[in-house]
Design a protein around this ligand. Structure first.
Ligand code: SF4
Length: 70
């Protein structure tokens, strides 16, 4: 549990509902069937996983908040 953690934020403006984020990190994202968009349920995760998420989202909806480390 001492790998570096960081915080992410989700901005759905350009989200196309591809579900890549939910497939990649189901502990952080939940799929909302009504809106057909993901919901952020945990915003703190391993930095490497966060960077992977950022690179997987085709619409740049996910950002790393760099000011906080747990
Ligand atoms: S990966 Fe990005 S575009 Fe795809 S559902 Fe998640 S937030 Fe939306």
């Amino acid at each position: 549990m001492n790998s570096e953690q960081c915080r992410i934020s989700l901005s759905l403006g350009g989200c196309k509902g591809c579900e890549a984020c939910v497939s990649l990190e189901p502990e952080c994202f939940e799929w909302n069937e009504d809106t057909e968009r993901p919901v952020l349920k945990r915003d703190c995760l391993d930095r490497e996983a966060a960077q992977q998420l950022v690179s997987y989202c085709p619409k740049d909806c996910i950002s790393i908040e760099d000011d906080e480390q747990a």
